[in-house]
Write a new protein. Sequence first.
Length: 164
Amino acid sequence: MLLRGSLCLPGGKLLDGRPYVGVPPEWLETLAVAGRPEYFLVIENLASFNRHVREVEDSSIVLYSGGFPALATLKAIRRMDALLPADVPFFHWGDIDADGVRILQHIARSIDRPLRPHLMGVDAWSDAAVDELCRHLADPAFVPMEQEELDPQSPLAGTPAQWQ
């Protein structure tokens, strides 16, 4: 499990996670969050994950899903959903294609808060964003895009202050 963020192991050992750390799945149930992250972001592809954790400096928690998330990865996402305050926004950055949308929808159905698409062509702050993205993908003129073609940025960049 690859992730970046201020996390604690049992006994209080702090994992700063810069640029990121790898932890075995069995540690998931014992991880705790240190402080309050600005947001939680799941990134589908390794190249984009590596760039984001090195280029975007903030207090977020970022998790690499490795494509369609394995059960251990999904458990980590659910753990963050349970641990983080309800007003910490959750985002997913994946490929802009049908598989990317399926991954986004699968994760969204697995947690109790909204999961917003990030850098996927529709970065709206509403649950309708996934539906709008699906309509965009159905357009005959649509050309799929790999997320590695985009430069990383914070999901909160350029958003109104009341949404942060």
